[in-house]
Design a protein around this ligand. Structure first.
Ligand code: KIV
Length: 263
C-alpha cells in the first residue's frame, strides 16, 4: 500500500483496514492477514508501557518501535506517530522529527490536531514527508478534554471539526483519522473530503477503520472503549496456557521425553 493508493481506494469505494503495531512479530502477522496499513501509534505508551496517557512517549521510543515494525513490513504502509512535544514546539523541530521517523523506516507520519498544525502539515508535505491528520478526540489533548470523551457533539464543535478537516486536506494531508466523534459528523466530513477518513469510534461511513491491535485481539482489557470489538480473546487464552504450563511443571509432566535431549 503506497500513499497515493489511499486516495485511489476512496475513489474506488474500497475500504482501508489499519491496525497498530509496535514490534516486528506482530507486524509480520498483520501483513500475513493482508491489512493495508500499520500505524506505529503512540498508544504504545498505554498498551505496552502501562502509562495512563500517551504523553510520556518519546521520539527515541517511537524510533525504536518504528524500526522494528518497518524491518518486518514489506507490503503494508507504515505510518508512525509523532509523539507529544515532537511537533508542537516549532516547524523546524517537526521537520527534523518527522524526517527521523522516515529514516527509521516509516513511509508517513501522523500528527494530532487541526488549525495549530496546519502549517506543519503543509511544510512536511512540501518536504516530501506524507502526513496523516488526526481530529476528534486526540489523545495527546486528554487533559484539555478532562478525559477520553467523545468530541464534536455540539453544532459549533462539529462545524469547527469539518473546517479543520478541510484545512488539513488543503495543506496536503493524504488521509485523516477521526477518533471518537458522532457517526453523523464523520459521514459529513468523509463526504466533504477527497482524501480518505480512517475512523476509530467514528461510525461506519469512514473510508477505513483503525483499531489498536491489543484491543482487537482482546489482549488489553483495562480500558475498553465502546467502539472496540475484540475479534479474539488472547488474554484469556494466554492465562489458560500459562496456568497449564505451571501445572505441568508442578506435576512433572513438562518436559516429557519429546521435549528432552538424549546423548
Ligand atoms: O496511537 C494510536 O494508536 C492512534 C490510534 C488510536 C488512531 O493514534
Amino acid at each position: 500500500m503506497t500513499v497515493p493508493e489511499f486516495a485511489q481506494y476512496k475513489q474506488q469505494g474500497k475500504k482501508i483496514a489499519v491496525v497498530t503495531a509496535y514490534d516486528a512479530l506482530f507486524a509480520k502477522i498483520i501483513e500475513q492477514a493482508g491489512i493495508e496499513a500499520i500505524l506505529v501509534g503512540d498508544s504504545v505508551g498505554m498498551v505496552v508501557q502501562g502509562n495512563p496517557t500517551t504523553l510520556t512517549v518519546t521520539m527515541e521510543e517511537m524510533l525504536y518501535h518504528t524500526r522494528m515494525v518497518a524491518r518486518a513490513t514489506h507490503q503494508a504502509c507504515v505510518i508512525a506517530d509523532l509523539p507529544f512535544l515532537s511537533y508542537q514546539v516549532s516547524v523546524s523541530e517537526t521537520v527534523r522529527n518527522a524526517g527521523r521517523l522516515l529514516q527509521a523506516g516509516a513511509t508517513a507520519v501522523k500528527l494530532e490536531g487541526g488549525d495549530p498544525v496546519v502549517d506543519r502539515v503543509a511544510v512536511l508535505t512540501r518536504m516530501g514527508i506524507p502526513v496523516m491528520g488526526h481530529l476528534g478526540m486526540t489523545p495527546q489533548s486528554v487533559h484539555r478534554y478532562g478525559g477520553y470523551k467523545v468530541q464534536g457533539k455540539s453544532q459549533t464543535q462539529a462545524d469547527e471539526l469539518l473546517a479543520e478537516a478541510k484545512a488539513l486536506e488543503a495543506a496536503g494531508a493524504f488521509a485523516l483519522v477521526l477518533e471518537a466523534v458522532p457517526a453523523q459528523l464523520a459521514r459529513s466530513i468523509t463526504q466533504a473530503l477527497t482524501i480518505p477518513t480512517i475512523g476509530i469510534g467514528a461510525g461506519p461511513s469512514c473510508d477505513g477503520q483503525v483499531l489498536v491491535l491489543y484491543d482487537l485481539l482482546g489482549l488489553f482489557d483495562e480500558f475498553v472503549p465502546k467502539y472496540v470489538k475484540p475479534y479474539a480473546r488472547l488474554k484469556a487464552e494466554a492465562i489458560q496456557a500459562l496456568r497449564q504450563y505451571k501445572e505441568d511443571v508442578e506435576r512433572q509432566k513438562f518436559p516429557a521425553e519429546s521435549e528432552s535431549y538424549h546423548a
